[in-house]
Design a protein around this ligand. Sequence first.
Ligand SMILES: [Zn+2]
Length: 391
Amino acid sequence: MTSIPVSSPASLAVFRRILTHGPLGRVDISRATGLSQAAVTKAVTPLLSAGFVVETDIDRAAPSIGRPVNPLAIAAHRAHIVGIKVTADRTYGVLTDLGANVLARAERANASPAVEDVVAAAVDILSSLRTSSEAAIDGVGAAVSGDVDRTRGIVRDSPLLGWRDVPLAAQLEAEMGIPVILENDVRALTVTQLFFGAGRDADSFAVVTVGTGVGCGLYLNGKVVQGSHGVAGEIGHLPLGPAHARCSCGRLGCVEAVASTAAIVNSVRKDKKDPTLEASDVFALAHAGDASAHKAFERAGGMIGLALATLVNLVGPSTVIIAGENVTEYELYEKHLRATFAEHAFGTASECEIVLRPHNFDDWARGAAACVIETIASGGSVTSPVKQHLN
Ligand SMILES: [Zn+2]
């Protein structure tokens, strides 16, 4: 089982800095971690011996003044991870290395959203990805929308999949024979941004996803927020919408009841009295300047802006990263999003930067892989949390 051969906080901080910011000179690591250069060298020695970190060649073409000597980099090939993203109709998978670089991808249609059919699709994806690599797979990450208990490996409630209390990590592990880490999909995306994206240098940030649902992952004061009961950052279910709007979760007045893809499509179907319209039709209508499609996107944008202002007023992140399938349609709702955000963000909270990170289903799957990398980088080997509980 893959695990880094260090466990002290200093060594873990050094490994993490190299993973997220490498290649880096020892001086830079020392500056970033607050450790002495001697302490950095001590921390790095076992990582070099075990092959998790390598000394790279000096870039002789670069200017020599102040250049670090033999920068340290992660040995990306040292681990191979499969990340799986589950949706109701399809399952997506990527094979990555330790640096979360995507080496191969695969996807399968689910025979149905039933757990056994999704597990079968995931197993099929794993076999397909295995053939594209000689290396053994060190761990599997699985990302599912909804209320997910990562510690116990259980999907407690996923309205989009219609699942309740599904021990998915154990079921996947039994079929795959590889340790599985299960995480909520938006929190998985937050981990990717924290380690490999726009959140690398932020003290606190939020990832807000806009698409099938409206989700939010939070990184505050050095931690990805899990919530005492596993629920946190569910801005899609803030009751900021009209009282009559029914949400996929069954409640009334949720943000998602106005701002999800389904809500936008339903609104245009109703307006045009055409129940056959699909999401792609509605997007095309909006881009062509259709008034009712435009109105639906503007309402969604205003609702998301309201939700963002609520979020920012509550927890004060320095950056909000907007991601999700509907980011490609961002121009249709950006103006209204920014207007309601500016109207309701309190004081200096309005200085919070809103950035866009378009992504697709492979990026969701990469997020699941990043959760396994996070576990490796935390000094824990990828062992099944479910097994730990049973033992
Ligand atoms: Zn809801």
